[in-house]
Write a protein that binds this ligand. Sequence first.
Ligand SMILES: NC(=O)c1ccc[n+]([C@@H]2O[C@H](COP(=O)([O-])OP(=O)(O)OC[C@H]3O[C@@H](n4cnc5c(N)ncnc54)[C@H](O)[C@@H]3O)[C@@H](O)[C@H]2O)c1
Length: 315
Amino acid sequence: MEKILVIGAAGQLGSELTKSLSDMYGGESVIATDLNESAKSKFDYCQFKALDIMDQDTARNLIKNENVTQIYHLAAVLSAVGEKKPLFAWDLNMQSLLFVLEIAREFKLNKVYWPSSIAVFGPNTPKVNTPQYCVKEPNTVYGISKQAGERWCEYYFQKYNVDVRSLRYPGLIGYKSLPGGGTTDYAVDIYHKALAGEKFDCFLREDSFLPMMYMPDAIKATLDLMHAPSESVKIRSSYNLASMSFSPKEIYQSILKHHPDFKIEYHPDFRQSIADSWPDSVDDSCAQKDWGWQPDFDLDKMTEDILTNLPNFSF
Ligand SMILES: NC(=O)c1ccc[n+]([C@@H]2O[C@H](COP(=O)([O-])OP(=O)(O)OC[C@H]3O[C@@H](n4cnc5c(N)ncnc54)[C@H](O)[C@@H]3O)[C@@H](O)[C@H]2O)c1
């Protein structure tokens, strides 16, 4: 029987991924963990424990005592917050990953999942249809930590046979939790403002294209990758992953079809230069070929789904 530990489970991705894992494996097989005990209320369907992943003795005891077989390591400092606290971001993002990889090696865990990001690319990367293999010179501490993390994942797979799998997520858009300080957060916030009947101040330029993905597709991709036969997972750094690419103006126009009076203003801030260093769109043909990746949502389908379901969702 699998015992799955989710680290950073209360965040934007974890809140939805932990539920899908519990639906799939049963709540008794999933342990959600996050920094604060207050997150427990989100996890009435599985076990919950407060855990700071930097407290390695406590984490190690938990993994040992609960006979954990798989880890989904989602805790990280994201791009915008990372630029404000670069050394803290480097420390948390790297030390926690190295700890998880070492534990996986020592306890011979079945599988590890660790997300990377389009932030591994940089200003010298080809911006359109960015290939799997290309120049990567990230210039944010978040991107540098994800790039280094990818190298460590591949290293642990090659040297120690740790079955670690990873995706370079684009900006993730979901309505079931609030985003955690990334550069693509505007594409979540904009729906909340539209539904509240308020004007939206966008922190990016109207023509700033970025790769994005609706959360149900991100969950599907994660579970598809984690359930693919080991021999199909040919890339052990991290897979490019794509579904849509749009600008703030395009998401605004998609919302206008449902809320014709909605207003937007553009006031780019420090996050514009982060967005400028990232791709406009990503080539994910390796994920398509190796484990059959196909997204379900485009921009208009996502907009319709969020505007229909967000008003009925309580945080
Ligand atoms: N959201 C996106 O658009 C996006 C895009 C690409 C990659 N990712 C990656 O996916 C992962 C999850 O992202 P997210 O958007 O859910 O982030 P988030 O900030 O919403 O959630 C991260 C969670 O980790 C927890 N955490 C922070 N420090 C911790 C610690 N020391 N110990 C235990 N838990 C801790 C936080 O409390 C939070 O609940 C991250 O690795 C992120 O880099 C996210």
